[in-house]
Design a protein around this ligand. Sequence first.
Ligand SMILES: Cc1cc2nc3c(=O)[nH]c(=O)nc-3n(C[C@H](O)[C@H](O)[C@H](O)COP(=O)(O)O)c2cc1C
Length: 371
Amino acid sequence: MPYDTLLSPVTIGNLAMPNRVVMAPLTRNRASQPGDVPSEMNAHYYAQRASAGLIVTEATQISRQGQGYFATPGIYSDAQEAGWKAVVGAVHARHGRIATQLWHVGRVSHRLLQEGGAPPVAPSAIRARDTQVFVKHDDGSFAMTDADDPRALETRELPGIVLQFLDAAHRAMRAGFDMIEVHAANGYLLHQFMATGTNHRTDDYGGDIGNRVRLVVDVLEAVAGVMGANRVGIRISPNFTGFDLRDDEGEASSLHLARESRRIGVAYLHVAEGDWAGGAPLSDGYRRALREAYHGAIIVCGEYTAEEANARVERGDADAVAFGRAYIANPDLVERFRADAPLNEADEATFYGGGEKGYTDYPTLDEAKRE
Ligand SMILES: Cc1cc2nc3c(=O)[nH]c(=O)nc-3n(C[C@H](O)[C@H](O)[C@H](O)COP(=O)(O)O)c2cc1C
């Protein structure tokens, strides 16, 4: 069988997975309005992809404050929780497994998305230059616009951020999610705290690596307290350079976080390699250091083919591999890998926003044969 290592079973935390192919978190801006509520269409999309070893949902804001784009789903209202329960139910009905990715965007936001037009929050009042967010104007029109000037969070507000994650974890558990993935990657709030360029704080949450990583550790401990650490993962992106994020100590701080994750008993570490469009590759030395620092499962993601993914797992660098754009276009990605069949191409024009087109209408192999 081609890719037999990638297609072999694995247990991550307490979750037995039939294969090591993970659906990467993918923002699609298709939550129903008003209220950013997951819909039946969203449930259908995830259920179509249920043969993945594990689905990680699109990033899901834990509060209004944590939102940076129009029509991304939340997990802070009763309606959103009910919407997610239906999504999880649809995936479980197809014998799949699903984690939610809990998200706070921090400074990658705009007043137009915030409660009462408040400024977005961040570790320090430093605007993300050359960064666009997706907003709805008062006249109902939509536009990409520059990220706003954020305000720095006060030290006394930080327990409130942890509480937002905690409340979301309770809702995720009630909705039936198999796992929670804490989003500490891609230049959003938790990453902003970890990175030297975005965190100029002088309290216990800024300065050296231990301090910069502290909020992420607080969040992990809180979420693990709700879900059980063996049902919690964390996503990091040590080489990410988007959204004007600069981190002079990205590898070192992520290794510190890996050691803390090991102490807490976190089930998996999900490493988004480079940027989506490439970015610096992880060095072999770093991959080894990560394995030494952390003893749970490692999931990697970023421009992998099935062949490369299989080789990565065979080499022992990772336990599973997540696929992003390939999963947008191939609901039956696992079956295609198993058959060594060609993949559908993803249409970038329909990545963000819209309806069924470019979302639930990519054909499976069987459907393509019937046409
Ligand atoms: C349309 C789109 C939306 C994405 N949304 C998220 C997201 O919500 N959370 C996240 O951590 N990464 C997100 N990413 C990054 C992907 O999870 C993944 O790391 C990236 O696409 C590289 O993997 P690939 O080469 O297999 O596509 C997104 C990527 C794309 C293309």
